[in-house]
Design a protein around this ligand. Sequence first.
Ligand SMILES: C[S@@+](CC[C@H](N)C(=O)[O-])C[C@H]1O[C@@H](n2cnc3c(N)ncnc32)[C@H](O)[C@@H]1O
Length: 239
Amino acid sequence: MDKKALASKRHFENTRVYLDKDFDIQIRCELIAEQLKFAQELELLDLGCGNGALSLQFQAQAKKLTLVDITENMLVEAKKNVIKDHQHKISFIQSDIDSFNSEDKFDVVICSGILAHVPSVNSAIQKIHSCLKPNGLCFVQITDSDQFLSKINSIYNYFLDVVFKNFRYKKNIFTLQEILGKFEEQQFQFKDKTQYSLVLPLMKSIFSNQTLYRYSKYVLAHRFLSNHGSDFMLTFRKK
Ligand SMILES: C[S@@+](CC[C@H](N)C(=O)[O-])C[C@H]1O[C@@H](n2cnc3c(N)ncnc32)[C@H](O)[C@@H]1O
């Protein structure tokens, strides 16, 4: 397995690093659900599924769900979210995105919060393309390094690393414009984007999950605030 993929797997094996406060996952679920109102009879692929919340919210309506993650413990968490009546149409695959191959093609691919962790962003985008049916939809969640808040957060994280001599796992950093360009090069048509997440340094440590969720909803409802958010949910269609 690639070194970067292995580092990512180690990082997420402790699922708490990501799942302890799940307000942001709830927001991502809602952003996708707003766009995918007609999930009936769709075949969905969730690449880097984490706890599976984003795709499993459609388990009643979808025809088939395939959830892929490199981290065994994340898949354990995802399996807890399956409702017995729907388990026959849900498969879980432990794989890194580059090694994942499927003969089946999907109507929808969800690729949320994973481009920051993969060995190659270009290969990941090619993989999404190869897994989609013609005209298939793809949801991609990213952090835009060009946003002022992203710069503040990275300075804060760097400061923490230096002070605590804690040279933590490093993510891939990119701008929204770079990602839009890469998807366009790979024959995707841009459909939609929602900017969100105005979580300042220390807020996650200070406030409860519920407060952070309410605050994030407030930010989303006020364009002036959300226009300063660090994150984007993007929708593309395969050409
Ligand atoms: C930030 S979490 C996002 C989880 C979920 N998609 C969400 O938005 O809530 C990133 C997930 O990608 C998985 N992951 C990281 N690198 C991966 C890779 N190379 N291939 C497959 N999954 C990977 C991690 O195990 C983790 O569950």
